[in-house]
Design a protein around this ligand. Structure first.
Ligand SMILES: *[C@@H]1O[C@H](CO)[C@@H](O)[C@H](O)[C@H]1NC(C)=O
Ligand SMILES: *[C@@H]1O[C@H](CO)[C@@H](O)[C@H](O)[C@H]1NC(C)=O
Ligand SMILES: *[C@@H]1O[C@H](CO)[C@@H](O)[C@H](O)[C@H]1NC(C)=O
Ligand SMILES: *[C@@H]1O[C@H](CO)[C@@H](O)[C@H](O)[C@H]1NC(C)=O
Ligand SMILES: *[C@@H]1O[C@H](CO)[C@@H](O)[C@H](O)[C@H]1NC(C)=O
Length: 552
């Protein structure tokens, strides 16, 4: 028995003895490779020689163990977008929570997908690796005895879509480091490939007539919202970022950067080939790409006539906001727990704090920066969570350098500093995102899902609260804020840790439009947060410090 097998059996024994939730083990080799997402060979980042990376297919409460071997020439970190890591921001994979995995070394992420179902994805947070690959889908199924509000599909397909740049992640990073924008993408990919209408190729998916399939879509791009649609087939939206929705049929769906959802598609059309069409939204240079779905036994190619996109520009924004408003929580359906989603009455909880964040784009010493409330975040030498835990945060950063209200000159001035908000454990907070720019934004919070209760044109004011959806808004982790609009989200800060709140537009994230929310349990109790795991790598000013006594 080699040590790995031995380790596995030891774990298995522990599993049997403690009746722990099942484990899934992964060993991932991260390397550079060459692929042609848009038909031009270029450097990409592969996981076990593949892009997209493996699908993490699991069930609520399963334990996930991923041993990541970094064979790149740069430090590397992976984050698990939308996985809440309850009590465990230690493995969140953002630069504020973990020391990066050094080249030629490995690190084992261990986490539990506690009380979650739904569709998520993982991606790298270091350098500009997200522009190069190392991404894939995480699908969390309901436990066997918990009812799912639709019939089991015949099969399920994980699909990552996004914009792609041919210039390569290293030159893109150089542009940003030099204070310039990465510019516009060169095209879109579907699972790392792009195809033109009429080009003969292998189908991406095969349907059997009469059966229903679940597609999980995630927009993993750098900045571009997309719309997707199937020729001849409607889609029934069933799940969005871990919420079971009121099921409606859509001819096409918008998917903004960082968002994931599941649709059911029934093979109820004449047996031939059909295109899945993905097109860009709200961009000066539109892009479209297709992939083929083939009915078993078909030898008729897909029609070259593509279903038209929804309106674009101003009318398109109204269309997209309406689509957002059509997403409703199914109050009687269960999610990860047996009780119905609607048994959590978020609309009846009093707000204890309102944080209003205004995004801005500025130049500092001639270099492009992006900010929240006038502060453009930089990561200090030591991950924030570690300097906080070791009691040396004051050497690295100051808490609360932004106020809960943006300053009046928010669009004019920007300061570069670590941006960390001190939040109170278990507070029920309202976060307003006000987008005064003329481009769409998407925002995401780690460690939580929030209720996205409103997206409206104009500026926010307290009177707008009377228009919030306090009944059946979706619980999710990402919200799109359209140009000149605001969005309101609400959540209970019941997950202690250091959590990234960020723009999912990756150029903006890289150039500072992000902050961390520090949520500490006042009792420093193991009930609320795990102690620093034994295996955590230390770096920066805590590298050689003795470990503090853990929580008890
Ligand atoms: C994914 O997990 C679910 C639930 O455990 C299982 O039913 C399904 O067969 C798995 N799919 C694959 C491709 O392994
Ligand atoms: C690195 O991989 C080896 C071999 O699988 C494993 O034994 C070791 O625990 C890993 N190291 C870390 C820090 O995860
Ligand atoms: C809502 O969920 C229930 C299961 O509790 C299901 O029977 C019903 O069809 C769902 N409604 C819609 C509109 O999706
Ligand atoms: C919420 O606030 C209202 C008015 O301020 C108060 O009457 C009510 O008791 C509060 N509800 C809870 C659950 O604290
Ligand atoms: C954070 O806020 C709490 C009150 O909620 C306060 O007790 C604590 O001192 C603050 N911590 C820092 C570092 O400012």
């Amino acid at each position: 028995m080699d040590t790995r097998t031995f380790g596995f059996f030891t774990l298995l024994l522990i599993t049997l003895v403690k009746a722990e939730d099942p484990y899934h083990f992964f060993e991932w080799k991260i390397t550079y490779g060459t692929m042609s997402p848009l038909g031009i060979p270029q450097q990409v980042i592969l996981i076990n020689d593949k892009f997209p990376g493996p699908v993490i297919n699991c069930t609520s409460n399963n334990n996930i163990v991923v041993n990541v071997f970094n064979n790149l020439d740069e430090p590397f970190l992976m984050t698990w977008n939308g996985v809440q890591h309850r009590k465990n921001s230690w493995v969140d994979g953002t630069p504020g929570t973990m020391c990066p995995i050094q080249p030629g070394t490995n690190f084992t992420y261990k986490f539990q997908v506690k009380d979650q179902i739904g569709s998520y994805y993982y991606f790298p947070t270091t350098a500009l690796h997200r522009a190069a690959g190392a991404m894939g889908v995480i699908q969390i199924h309901s436990r066997p005895l918990i009812p799912v509000p639709f019939d089991n599909p015949a099969d399920e397909f994980a699909v990552i879509v996004g914009d792609w740049f041919n210039k390569g992640h290293k030159s893109m990073k150089n542009l940003l480091d030099g204070g310039k924008s990465i510019g516009r993408p060169d095209g879109l990919h579907i699972n790392g490939k792009s195809a033109q209408v009429g080009a003969q190729g292998e189908p991406s998916w095969t349907f059997e007539a009469g059966k229903t399939y679940r597609f999980r879509f995630c927009n993993v791009g750098m900045r571009t919202s997309v719309n997707f649609r199937f020729q001849g087939h409607d889609m029934k939206l069933v799940e969005l970022e871990g919420s079971h929705v009121m099921q409606n049929d859509y001819m096409s769906l918008d998917l903004h950067v960082g968002q994931c959802l599941s649709v059911l598609v029934t093979a109820d059309q004449p047996p031939k080939d059909y295109y899945l069409v993905v097109s860009s939204r709200f961009t000066k240079q539109p892009h479209t790409t297709v992939a083929t779905v083939r009915y078993k036994g078909s030898n008729s190619p897909a029609s070259p006539e593509l279903p038209p996109p929804p309106p674009d520009h101003t009318a398109g924004i109204a269309w997209s906001i309406n689509q957002f408003r059509s997403y409703r929580w199914n109050l009687t359906a269960s999610a990860a727990r047996p009780n119905p989603q609607g048994s959590y009455h978020y609309g009846q909880i009093n707000i204890t704090r309102t944080i209003k964040l205004v995004n801005s784009r500025n130049y500092v010493d001639g270099k492009l920066r992006f900010a929240f409330n006038g502060v453009s975040h930089v990561d200090p030498k030591t991950p924030l969570k570690l300097s906080e835990y070791f009691g040396v945060a004051d050497k690295e950063f100051k808490y609360d350098i932004i106020a809960d209200e943006p300053p009046s000159d928010v669009e004019k001035n920007v300061k570069i500093a670590p941006n960390v908000v001190n939040a109170t454990y278990r507070n029920f907070v309202e976060i307003i995102f006000e987008n005064r720019e003329n481009t769409i934004q998407t925002y995401h919070l780690d460690g939580y899902s929030f209720f996205a209760v409103a997206v409206e044109p104009g500026r926010w004011s307290p009177e707008k609260r009377k228009n919030y959806n306090l009944e059946d808004a979706l619980s999710r982790h990402n919200v799109a804020v359209f140009p000149g609009c605001w969005a309101a989200v609400m959540l209970t800060l019941d997950n202690a840790g250091m959590w990234s709140l960020r723009s999912e537009m990756w150029e903006r994230f890289y150039l500072g439009q992000q902050l961390y929310v520090s949520v500490l349990s006042p009792e420093r109790s193991l009930r609320d947060e795990y102690s620093l795991p034994e295996t955590t790598q230390l770096c920066g000013i805590v590298a050689n410090m003795p470990k503090p006594p853990g929580y008890i």
